[in-house]
Structure formats: C-alpha cells, structure tokens
Design a protein around this ligand. Structure first.
Ligand code: HEC
Length: 160
C-alpha cells in the first residue's frame, strides 16, 4: 500500500515536467527556418521603409484585418502578437525571430508553410503589402532593429 501512495508525487512531478516542456506558449524548441529559395533570396525591404511610420501603420491595418477583411493575420497570430491559434508563430520572441532574415520572412508570407495552417498570401497581397506586414510583425520582437543585408543579421536601427 505504502508503495502505491509514493507514486502519486512522482506522477505529479512528471506531469508538471511534461506540461512545462515546450516553452511559454507551448511552442516547440526554436529551430532556424530553412533558407529562402533562390527567387526570394535577393528580395529585401524596400529602401527607406524600415523607419517609415506610415508603412508600419499600413502593415498594422493589414495584420488586424482592417485594410482587407480577407486578410487577418491576427485571427491566428493575435493582435498583440500573442498567438490565439495553437501552433501559430509567436512574433514576440526575439530569439526565434532574429533567425528570420527579411527575405525568409517575406518568402514565408508569400508562399506559406507547407502542411500547416499558414497558407501563402501572394495571391491576395501585393509585394508592397507583404513587406508592410514584415515591417509590422517585426515590431513585436525586434522593434528598433533592421535587417542588415551587408552583415546578414538584425542590427539596431541607426547602427552602421
Ligand atoms: C489560419 C491561421 C493563420 C493565419 C490567418 C495566418 N497565419 Fe501565419 N502562421 C500560422 C501558423 C500555424 C504558423 C506556423 C507554421 C509552422 O508550423 O511553421 C504561421 C507562421 C507564420 C510565419 C513564420 C513562418 C515560419 O517559417 O516559421 C510568418 C512570418 C507568418 N505566419 C506570417 C503571417 C502573416 C503575415 C499573416 C497574414 C497575412 C498570417 N501569418 C496569417 C497560422 C496563420
């Protein structure tokens, strides 16, 4: 009898470990995205856009479905970047998002992620609109950062 009682705390502890396992939002471990295919590798944020408050605001309107009711990224990714649908990427996490170059980010919005709920948006959104979305989504976790093509990493806006 005594033996069985002792199992209870062990089961509880195991349950806690499993429950806490996949990170804050229940997302899996951080895995770098694959490199973008050749046709996207050379695409970058249009020049002058990183600091453009107007484009950022247009990106926000697209993201939350205000600009076009057929496009509502927030319905899965959450208005404040906190995912509302299981499995949607959490843009608030800089450790994950810094692994996405501007090209990869743009590519994923354009073509989607195969076998997931993330579909491609290129038929619904112009290139400019997709770049506005990159601009807005990056503000959740990488606010104040810009992608440096030269250094191939996110750097502080204004840094050389
Ligand atoms: C129906 C739900 C849904 C909608 C709507 C949605 N997404 Fe996603 N999105 C997801 C899911 C789920 C993932 C995670 C896919 C995976 O497992 O890699 C994701 C991942 C992403 C990623 C990261 C891709 C990667 O390589 O990890 C980006 C960027 C993204 N979404 C942008 C957007 C944008 C921009 C919009 C609006 C135009 C949008 N999403 C609309 C569900 C959605």
């Amino acid at each position: 009898m005594r033996f069985r009682v002792c199992h209870v705390p062990i089961v509880l502890i195991l349950g806690l470990l499993v429950g806490c396992g996949g990170g804050e939002q229940g997302e899996g471990p951080i895995v770098p995205p694959p490199p973008s295919p050749a046709e996207y590798a050379e695409k970058h944020m249009p020049s002058g856009w990183w600091g453009d408050a107007q484009k950022l605001e247009e990106g926000r309107k697209l993201f939350v479905g205000e600009a076009n009711p057929d496009v509502n990224c927030a319905s899965c990714h959450g208005k404040d970047g906190k995912p509302v649908k299981a499995g949607a990427t959490d843009f608030r996490n800089p450790e994950r998002m810094k692994l996405y170059s501007d090209s990869v980010w743009f590519w994923r919005i354009s073509e989607g992620v195969p076998n997931t709920k993330m579909k491609g948006w290129k038929s619904k959104l112009s290139e400019d609109d997709r770049w506005k979305l990159v601009l807005f989504e990056r503000s959740f976790g990488l606010s104040g950062k810009v992608w440096s093509v030269e250094k191939s990493q996110w750097i502080d806006a204004g840094a050389k």
